[in-house]
Design a binder for this molecule. Sequence first.
Ligand code: PYL
Length: 266
Amino acid sequence: MTRLVEADIADLNARLAEYDLYLKDVCGTGLAGIARAASGKTEAPDMASRVAVVPVTSGLGVINGFSGTVAAIVEFLGCRARVTDGTDFAGISEAVSDRCDVIMAADDDTFIAVNLKAQLVSDNSEATGRVYATALSLAAGGLTGKNVLLLGAGPVGRSAAAVMLNGGAALSVYDIDPDKAESLRRLYPSVRIAGGLEEALSSHSLLFDATPSGEFIHRGSVRQDAILSAPGVPLCLDRECEEWMRGRLLHDVLELGVAAMLFDVI
Ligand code: PYL
């Protein structure tokens, strides 16, 4: 998982409403609708839940703006959220003393949401793969019987593969590490291993990128009718291809994953 930097999230809060409208245009529903669909829950979420975001100083330390951005996404979705004054365990103690229902916190490797009362937990990598697969399905009008190309067989790709296969997709996987692709095929025997990247891109109109590589896909490699769901950070498309795919591209650095985590636990 690529570690975000302050610049990745600088104007994210200001663009939330615009991004939500974009998702409604591409998927037929916005951030909350996609996340609720990804949660698989039928009961209504408890929107009165109070969320505490706790900054974590371990490892490479706090990312300026990260906790505030997570809180802003949660508030945009309709729940009350605040960043604790304390960090680490002092922040957790503060959240519990303030009788918060949910704690969200990330160290360098793991980002979780925990509902203290309901004893529910959601992990960002798993939730991100699942919510982006759900978004691709919504954008494509369902995946049953459709060929999908998955780039990247790491934790996010594996989570997405489970959802897409469960949705009836015929899945091919490409990973620069053949062992990772093979391990996904052992997990899901119906998965086909794509031989070459360019050939795989040219033969698939439904694409999912879960790689941490940036700008390695160019306009000439992608079909006119392609839809790309891309949780991978940085974005796999070069600038020209990104512009060309507007309206058929699903990509952000935190929004959909945070939304999925929230609706998983409230
Ligand atoms: C959760 C994000 C999504 C993509 N990469 C993940 C990342 O950057 N993880 C590190 C998050 C560190 C947060 C820091 C803080 O500000 O509390 N410990």
